[in-house]
Design a binder for this molecule. Structure first.
Ligand SMILES: C[S@@+](CC[C@H](N)C(=O)[O-])C[C@H]1O[C@@H](n2cnc3c(N)ncnc32)[C@H](O)[C@@H]1O
Length: 248
């Protein structure tokens, strides 16, 4: 399908306000400035959820990892791409594990962002380890371009920066490499955008951000390099059932 951007690439159009572009985000130029970017990039730690990396052919429900030596450049491109795509009043939620955090912090500063918050997401437990502590937290950076003009819908009177949110276990469901809890993504989107705003996730994965935007009435563009995730995205959004039940 030809995209409204004038190039030929696979696009999953959900409705006029929601679409997924299957491509490397670095190839995508948006024709509208964005209110919020939510990005949960690959870890860059040789994550084997999919047994493959960037330069190999993606397979079903796989996860495209970035080789560790390429991570600093990758995250720099993501930070710069996001900064350029945002409105002056826009914000970004950027997620990171602790391993590559130093590269992420450097990249966002270099791009021009100001860090508004550094939220810790504490999940119920991580992978068992023998000779070090088990990692059971993640870093959520809330970034803005202009400290005097950004959206912040405070979720509760005393809103703290440590969030306890359980990872969902989806027994018997084929999921993508690493899917975030709906509750976490919804909390970020509600806090940093308003209904009708344009939200972009340049590393969409299974479509959690799209699902949250459909529920919360935000417009959304998702970008995902791995076309094999289309089926998972459709399942997550309930589009497979919709398509099965629609008259031909
Ligand atoms: C950690 S996962 C995102 C998970 C997502 N938040 C969810 O809840 O399902 C990162 C995603 O980035 C994708 N990705 C890696 N490099 C990319 C690139 N250059 N452009 C777009 N997507 C990319 C991977 O295929 C993977 O699906």
């Amino acid at each position: 399908m030809n995209s409204p951007l004038g190039e030929s690439r696979r696009i999953l159009k959900i409705d006029d306000a929601h679409m997924v572009i299957f491509d490397d985000f670095r190839n995508v130029k948006l024709n509208e400035k964005v209110d919020l970017i939510f990005a949960d990039p690959p870890f860059g730690i040789g994550f084997k959820g999919n047994l493959q990396t960037y330069h190999r052919t993606p397979d079903a429900l796989s996860y495209v990892e970035v080789p560790q030596e390429e991570y600093p450049d990758f995250i720099r491109s993501l930070a710069k791409w996001s900064y350029d795509a945002l409105k002056d009043s826009g914000s970004m939620w950027l997620l990171s594990g602790w391993n590559n955090l130093r590269h992420v912090l450097e990249a966002v500063e270099e791009a021009g962002f100001t860090q508004l918050n550094h939220v810790i997401w504490k999940y119920q437990f991580g992978v068992f380890t023998r000779r070090r502590f088990t990692t059971s937290h993640y870093h959520l950076l809330l970034l803005v371009k202009d400290l005097s003009d950004y959206t912040f819908n405070k979720p509760e009177h005393y809103a703290e920066d440590v969030w306890y949110i359980k990872r969902p276990y989806q027994h018997g469901v084929k999921t993508a490499g690493n899917e975030l809890p709906d509750e976490l993504v919804e909390r970020c989107i509600k806090t940093s955008s308003n209904p009708g705003d344009l939200v972009v996730d340049p590393v969409l994965g299974s479509g959690t951000t799209m699902k949250a935007c459909l529920k919360l009435n935000r417009r959304c563009i998702g970008i995902e390099i791995n076309p094999a995730l289309e089926e998972r995205i459709k399942t997550k959004l309930g589009l497979d059932l919709f398509l099965k039940n629609s008259p031909t």
